[in-house]
Structure formats: structure tokens, C-alpha cells
Write a protein that binds this ligand. Structure first.
Ligand SMILES: [Ca+2]
Ligand SMILES: [Ca+2]
Ligand SMILES: [Ca+2]
Length: 313
């Protein structure tokens, strides 16, 4: 009786770990770890795979390296449709290939959260070329690069456009994020990138960058800037530049604005962490390009919003 109980418990234990962890296949691992907070728009890398990143291209059935599996940040060819700038992550079958077959692609990032103060949410822009469900699709975290825990499942953005995925929770697994860990974006499917299949990723950030949006801005009329953060009852500084998207230092932070930087207003965030700035857009701004960004804080954590570039009508 006692022996049987021990065996049952051992069986449950084995079963639990088998369900919780997935082997995604032989994924290449980076040999460096980038500290949090982390932002990757692929522009700084400019087509060279940085040491904290590794790209894997496999045949989806044999799991052997596949030259037609396409995991490209500009290292294989010019990126086809980046969300920002000239570079993004593209995962799919090689564009223009007609040798339709299942491929598995992965970008693994080495990250180090050991001195991070703040949330562990993730935000990114995702492009969906027409993906169908595959069990390995999604975003995964791992301590050792072989046992993976899924934090976001099947790719299901609207087909053919970029979608902002905000506040993706990457906690809630046994992986200790306040240490070195791996984060993987994995895609599997059978048609080319941006041609019936494929996933694009750009401007990914941990912690998630609160999103800054604007109503149409028209000279001489009221305009509205809105931001969506999780920092309740704090404040938001709305910043503006006429000259470019930086990066440049601003206090102890780095902003995506080029000096001179104007502080338009500082307004409180509400109980949801949201803030709004409504004001008349000066008539003389018509035709000018505004580079906008905000800094949100609850007094302890400081977060930079997504940048926004707007031409005033
Ligand atoms: Ca980019
Ligand atoms: Ca898929
Ligand atoms: Ca497909």
C-alpha cells in the first residue's frame, strides 16, 4: 500500500514536469546576456547578429538545419517589411521559395534580469503573414535553453498587418527572471515569410513600453495625446522634438528624441495608469514633423513610452 502510494506520487511528479516543459528542438543559444531593461528594434544590430541573440533555421520534420528556413534580421537579405526603420525579425519559409514544406525558426535572446527593478512584461510589434497553429509557435522562457515554458501561445494577429502586443506577462513559470534566462520567439509553418505564412517581430521591449498614441493633429485645432501604462497614480511627462528620434540622454534615462527636447506638460496618471494631454496644436506647427515620447513614473519605476512620429496637418 505504502509502496503503491510512493509510486503514484512519483508518477504524478514525473507527469507534472513533462507537461510543464517542452523541448523545442535543437535551438542555437546565445553566449551573452543583455541586461534588462531591454529594447530591440534591430536597427543597432544593422544585420549583424549580436552576441546576446541566436537564430535557428530547421526543417520542421527532421529538425535538421534547413537552408530554406528563414530567420532573418537583415543578416540573410534586406528585410522586406520592418515595422520601424530598416530591420526587423522575419521568420518563415524563405521568401520566393516554392518548395513548400514545414520549417521551424527561432530567435533566442539571452537576458539578465538580476539587477532589474520594474515589471517583467513584454511588448512588441508582430506581423502575421497568414500563420496556422503549430504547437511550438509562440514565446517561451527557459533557464537552461532546453526546457522551455510557454508565456504566449499561437500567433493570431490579423493577417497582413503589424499589431502591437502590449503587456505580455512573461512571469508565472518556474523560470527565475531575476537572473540570467533565455527568451525565445518560435515560428513553424510551411509557406514563405509575408506570403501566406510567417511572423515578423520589431521593437520588442522588456518591460513593456506604455503605448503613446495621438488623435489627428491639425494646426489651430485641439489635439489629444494618450498613453496607456500600468503605473497608476503617478505622472507622465510628454516630450517633443522637432529634430529627430535620438537616442539621447534625458535625466538618467535615454529617450528616442533628438535635442532640443521640449517638455510639453506633466500630467497625472489615473488609477489605470493612463494619462491624456489635450491642447490646441499651434497653427504654426502645420506641415511640421513632431517626434513625441513620454516618461511615465510612479515615483519608483520610470518607463519610456513607445515613440511617435506625427506630421501635423
Ligand atoms: Ca526595426
Ligand atoms: Ca505556425
Ligand atoms: Ca501555412
Amino acid at each position: 500500500m505504502k509502496t503503491a502510494l510512493v509510486l503514484i506520487l512519483a508518477g504524478l511528479g514525473l507527469n507534472h514536469s513533462a507537461v510543464a516543459q517542452t523541448d523545442l528542438g535543437p535551438l542555437d543559444l546565445p553566449n551573452a546576456f543583455a541586461p534588462l531593461p531591454f529594447f530591440e528594434g534591430f536597427e543597432t544590430a544593422a544585420g549583424n547578429v549580436p552576441p546576446y541573440m541566436a537564430l535557428t533555421n530547421l526543417d520542421g520534420l527532421t529538425l535538421l538545419p534547413d537552408g530554406e528556413a528563414w530567420c532573418n534580421i537583415g543578416n540573410r537579405a534586406a528585410c522586406l517589411n520592418p515595422y520601424s526603420g530598416s530591420y526587423a525579425l522575419e521568420m518563415g519559409l524563405e521568401p520566393n521559395s516554392t518548395n513548400y514544406h514545414l520549417v521551424r525558426n527561432a530567435m533566442v535572446l539571452g537576458l539578465d534580469g538580476s539587477s532589474h527593478v520594474g515589471t517583467f512584461s513584454l511588448a512588441y510589434w508582430g506581423f502575421d503573414g497568414g500563420e496556422e497553429y503549430n504547437a511550438v509557435d509562440g514565446i517561451w522562457v527557459s533557464e537552461d535553453g532546453s526546457g522551455w515554458y510557454q508565456v504566449s501561445g499561437a500567433w493570431d494577429f490579423p493577417t497582413g498587418s503589424w499589431t502591437y502586443e502590449n503587456f505580455v506577462d512573461i512571469t508565472g513559470t518556474p523560470v527565475n527572471l531575476q537572473d540570467r534566462f533565455y527568451l525565445a520567439f518560435v515560428q513553424e509553418d510551411n509557406f514563405p515569410y509575408a506570403n501566406a505564412d510567417g511572423i515578423g517581430v520589431d521593437d520588442l521591449a522588456i518591460p513593456a513600453r506604455p503605448q503613446l498614441t495621438a488623435s489627428p493633429l491639425i494646426g489651430g485645432q485641439f489635439g489629444l495625446l494618450s498613453l496607456d501604462s500600468t503605473l497608476a497614480n503617478g505622472d507622465a511627462r510628454f516630450l517633443m522634438s522637432f529634430t529627430g528620434s535620438g537616442p539621447s540622454p534625458y535625466g538618467h534615462l535615454t529617450v528616442d528624441l533628438t535635442p532640443p527636447i521640449w517638455n510639453l506638460a506633466t500630467v497625472p496618471t489615473d488609477q489605470f495608469g493612463d494619462a491624456f494631454l489635450a491642447d490646441v496644436v499651434p497653427y504654426g506647427f502645420s506641415g511640421r514633423t513632431l517626434f513625441l515620447q513620454a516618461i511615465v513614473s510612479d515615483g519608483i519605476i520610470f518607463e519610456i513610452t513607445t515613440p511617435l512620429i506625427v506630421v501635423v496637418q
